[in-house]
Design a protein around this ligand. Structure first.
Ligand code: GTR
Length: 432
């Protein structure tokens, strides 16, 4: 087969896959579009997606070796145009301090630790606090662990009053945050998103960190959080907040690798919404994460940018200019100019298992666009020996999980992370 033919074949296979998918989409129950945003499937613009299996020089990717080269290209494009380059690895002097141990957590089923990660080892510099809950059975053999950032402080994930109330800066929230500081009333406020006892009962550990410890979530010209440890304002292709949160997740994994109760090869990184965008970028940049989970991550996460359905690139860059690198602004209303799209982000997890989840009432995050990204990552898994990684051509009915190496479900309900989602993630982790 000539090289040219191989490229054409690759292109047409990808185009045919895309065409077939577009032809079979079933619109969800249409909610009213917010002003200026599209929730109408028939108004999705025409677009051509970049093919993950064609390199920048036009050559086709047919083998694992060729994919390894293509992968480097894709990571670089996402770094330079979307999330921004981050410093590689930990800072010199980083150390871990276990600040508390609760041995009788959940009636003695688990041990809870609060571990502070001192990023430079110096107490005057930024740090992050990890809450880690480990089932007692880890004494016999190391266990797998779910790691994810939380929105409201570690004290919000469980109501146990022995968990330290976060002293960090918080976004305002009625009843649980006042003057940008956490209130006692916020204890357990996010417990429904963190079903810790159910996770422990399934034999997994769970670790979480307040995302604002790593970088407070507001546009502050990069002066606080870990940015303060690095020089000046980031250049146009350097890290926004998502890449910074990812840097923190990798430091959390540095710690987990030192904790003998955790099987460091079985750490799943998970996140909801903006933190789902974050878990995907973490999985893409840190191959130590064995499994990657994106819950309702939407624009800049699992959803295809070119569909411009629900939240658009322009809207996200306007509301949250600090999340991505400044180069990403160039694609406001110009999604077709992006050298990548989000199916290629999902493909960066291959051959590791990845799970994408949507919710019926979360059209802002474009559930179909999230499904399509998962689907269009399949050819990369196939090259790496996992044929039919997702295994279905159409978005499944609500509450019908699908997939082998690539998992997907569409939960009935709103934008949220629920016990239903966690149960699917644990089933998926059990299988892998
Ligand atoms: C929304 C944003 C989404 C999503 C969400 C969240 O305001 O438009 O992209 O990230 O916030 O993180 O809760």
């Amino acid at each position: 087969m000539t090289k040219k033919f191989a490229i054409y074949r690759r292109f047409f296979t990808f185009a045919a896959l895309l065409g077939a998918l577009i032809g079979t989409w079933q619109p969800l129950g249409l909610a009213q579009s917010p002003d200026g945003y599209n929730y109408d499937e028939s108004k999705v613009p025409e677009f051509v997606l970049p093919d993950p299996l064609i390199k920048l020089d036009g050559t086709a990717v047919n083998t694992a070796e060729q994919w390894a080269e293509r992968r480097v290209e894709l990571v670089k494009l996402f770094e330079e145009q979307v999330y921004g380059r981050a410093p590689a690895g930990a800072l010199e002097g980083m150390r871990f301090e276990t600040r508390s141990t609760i041995d009788d957590f959940l009636g003695g089923k688990a041990t809870l630790n609060e571990v502070r990660v001192w990023f430079t080892g110096k107490e005057e510099d930024p740090w992050m606090d990890m809450l880690l809950v480990v089932p007692k059975r880890a004494a016999e053999a190391p266990v797998g662990c779910f790691l994810g950032l939380n929105f409201g402080g570690n004290h919000t994930v469980h109501a146990d009053p022995r968990i330290t109330l976060s002293p960090s800066w918080m976004r305002p929230k009625e009843g649980v945050v006042k003057d940008n500081r956490a209130l006692e009333a916020g204890r357990g406020a996010s417990a429904s998103r963190w079903p810790i006892e159910a996770i422990i009962d399934r034999g997994y550990a769970v670790a979480t960190i307040y995302y604002g410890d790593i970088d407070p979530d507001f546009d502050d010209a990069f002066e606080n959080g870990v940015h303060a440890l690095f020089d000046d304002k980031p250049a146009k292709d350097e890290w926004g907040s998502i890449a910074t949160w990812v840097w923190g997740l990798s430091r959390a994994l540095d710690y987990l690798q030192t904790d003998g109760r955790i099987d460091a090869y079985r750490v799943a990184v998970l996140g909801h919404s903006r933190l789902g965008k974050t878990s995907l970028w973490a999985g893409a940049t840190d191959p130590r994460f064995g499994l990657v989970i994106s819950n309702n991550s939407g624009c800049g996460g699992a959803a295809l940018s070119r569909r411009a359905f629900g939240e658009t690139v322009k809207r996200i860059n306007t509301s949250f200019p600090h999340w991505f690198c400044d180069n990403f602004q160039a694609y406001n209303d110009e999604e077709n100019d992006l050298p990548v799209d989000q199916h290629e982000l999902i493909a960066l997890m291959a051959p590791r298992p990845v799970y994408v989840a949507s919710a019926t009432g979360d059209e802002w995050a474009d559930p179909k666009g999230e499904f399509l990204s998962a689907k269009l990552a399949e050819p990369v898994y196939e090259i790496l020996g996992h044929k039919d990684a997702l295994g279905v051509d159409q978005q499944p009915q609500p509450d019908t999980p699908v997939g082998d190496r690539i998992g997907y479900h569409l939960r009935t309900g709103k934008h949220d992370l629920t016990l239903y989602d966690w149960e699917r993630y644990m089933d998926f982790a059990d299988r892998h």
